[in-house]
Design a protein around this ligand. Structure first.
Ligand code: NAP
Length: 465
């Protein structure tokens, strides 16, 4: 007998009851608005709690808080009035293709959804983050699995959700408290019990590749498999064409260093590999770029990562990468639980070990000749983002077209002359990418399109008299 089966049963029964109220779109909108207002009312408390548990600074958490509240409100607006959720009607017509049936296509919620948030965005991907907001907008009740990196924040958010939802759909957001269920936070019996429950209809996951793979396997092994939308780790390569450095050597170094250091490198969009093309043709500008990047990362502070196991994983990754690259920064790491930024340098053909995300403030600088670039681009894995820096003149050229084409094929968002960190929540945003960034590159986790993951189309035929 599974120790969690009673808890999971009760939780999913309650979620099932909430689904009935959430059939009503105005009720979904009221739930989402009530959640946004409840969070806003206690903003300083939540920022302080998140900062205490994750070691992210208040300045780093403020924009995330605004994003989480803005996302709840965006989905409230979508639930209330968006054409995205509207019925599609094909009435009988003069020259039909096939039988002249009256057809009405409606979108129905798939059923209760489990949400597994990530350690690094306790608000935007937490209990009341984007997966929860989009699932509620679709009419799905949500069961959130606690994250061991911020349990006190998770429980507080769950309490606020109960208060906010009570008058509208009391059981819309359910919370499974893993720490009280068992003392070892890395014990996955609760996740297994949740995914095995027949009433669960889908999963939103944000986290490591290993976690996404494990949950997708559990979902596939069910008698009735369910979808798992897993947004996972990402390398986010950046390619600097020579002309970009003619125009903006130090701007590029400064912008990329800030992007790597923000939130101590613990961002799914952190640039993890920077390709410097044709260093020798740059007349010293390439060296200037490298010196500036090295100096800025060297000056980056030692900080406490989100959780002790994240510090250990970062140090282990640096040890794995060390035989395949020269260390420029961070070869020696502290032993007091904090970690320092790291910069590694490789040339030409890059060892496969370097082509995975290192979750923390590190990046790999690769020097490549223009004729080595096509092969290198082919080696790069799928990513949330691909970035290219180029001068105005280069943007009309073949090299730029090649990089754009290869990055479009392997990334969900392609950025020109910018940095990949900083994600706008808007209808045109794509936040996903080919494997390993996600197992569903066709479905964005950010922006209004995220709601479609939790809906299923049904066509009703023949209702006309
Ligand atoms: P994580 O360790 O995979 O944890 C995420 C959640 O999944 C936790 O609740 C975790 O619970 C659970 N989990 C992990 N492995 C599991 C397994 N084998 N079976 C069942 N449950 C499992 O990831 P994280 O450290 O929180 O997040 C960091 C990662 O997320 C980075 O790779 C980052 O790039 C990525 N991320 C991606 C995005 C995106 O949008 N693509 C956004 C933010 C972060 P336990 O801890 O109890 O195992």
């Amino acid at each position: 007998m599974d120790p969690h089966s009673d808890t999971v049963n009760q939780t999913l029964n309650r979620a099932g009851r909430a689904m009935r109220t959430l059939r009503d779109r105005p009720a979904r909108a009221r739930v989402l608005e009530a959640l946004a207002s409840r969070l806003e009312a206690v903003r300083p408390e939540l920022i302080a709690l998140a900062s205490e548990e994750t070691a992210l600074t208040a300045a780093e958490l403020e924009p995330e808080f605004a994003r989480a509240v803005g996302t709840l409100r965006m989905f409230a607006g979508l639930a209330r009035s968006s054409p995205v959720l509207a019925e599609l009607h094909s009435p009988p017509e003069a020259l039909p293709i096939g039988p002249n049936h009256d057809l009405r296509r409606v979108l129905v919620p798939i059923g209760p959804v489990a949400v597994f948030g990530a350690s690094n965005f306790p608000l935007a991907y937490g209990v009341l983050g984007g997966d929860t907001a989009s699932a509620l907008a679709a009419g799905c009740a949500v069961v959130v699995k606690e994250h061991p990196a911020h349990p006190r924040l998770g429980r507080r958010l769950a309490a606020l959700a109960r208060e906010a939802c009570a008058p509208i759909a009391p059981d819309a957001v359910q919370y499974l408290d893993s720490l009280q269920a068992h003392p070892d936070p890395r014990d996955h019996t609760l996740a297994r019990a949740l995914l095995a429950h027949p009433a669960l209809a889908g999963v939103g996951f944000t986290g490591s590749v290993a976690g996404g793979v494990a949950l997708a396997e559990l979902a596939r092994a069910r008698p009735m498999p369910i979808p798992v939308y897993a947004e996972q780790g990402s390398l986010n390569p950046v390619v600097l064409l020579p002309g970009a450095l003619e125009e903006a050597t130090l701007d590029a170094a400064g912008a990329l260093a800030s992007s790597i250091l923000l939130r101590h490198g613990q961002q799914c969009t952190k640039p993890g590999l920077i390709v410097l093309v044709e260093l020798d043709a740059l007349g010293g500008r390439g060296e200037a770029f490298e010196r500036a990047l090295t100096a800025k990362l060297n000056a980056g502070p030692a900080r406490r990562p989100l959780a002790p196991w994240i510090a250990s994983a970062y140090l282990a990754r640096l040890r794995d990468c060390a035989p395949h690259a020269e260390p420029l920064v961070g070869a020696t790491q502290p032993t007091d639980g904090t970690t320092r930024p790291a910069l590694l340098r490789a040339r030409g053909a890059v060892h496969s070990t370097l082509l995975h995300e290192t979750f923390g403030p590190s990046t790999v600088l690769v020097h490549a000749r223009a004729d080595e670039l096509p092969a290198l681009l082919d080696l790069l894995p799928g990513s949330l983002t691909g970035t290219v820096w180029a001068s105005a003149r280069e943007r009309g050229g073949e090299l730029f077209a090649l990089v754009m084409e290869r990055r479009m094929a392997r990334a969900g968002r392609v950025i020109v002359n910018g940095v990949p960190t900083g994600v706008r929540v808007a209808p045109a945003m794509t936040h996903t990418g080919p494997w390993p960034a996600s197992n569903h590159p066709e479905a964005s986790a950010v922006g209004s399109a995220a709601v479609m993951r939790w809906l299923r189309p049904v066509t009703v035929q023949g209702t006309l008299p």
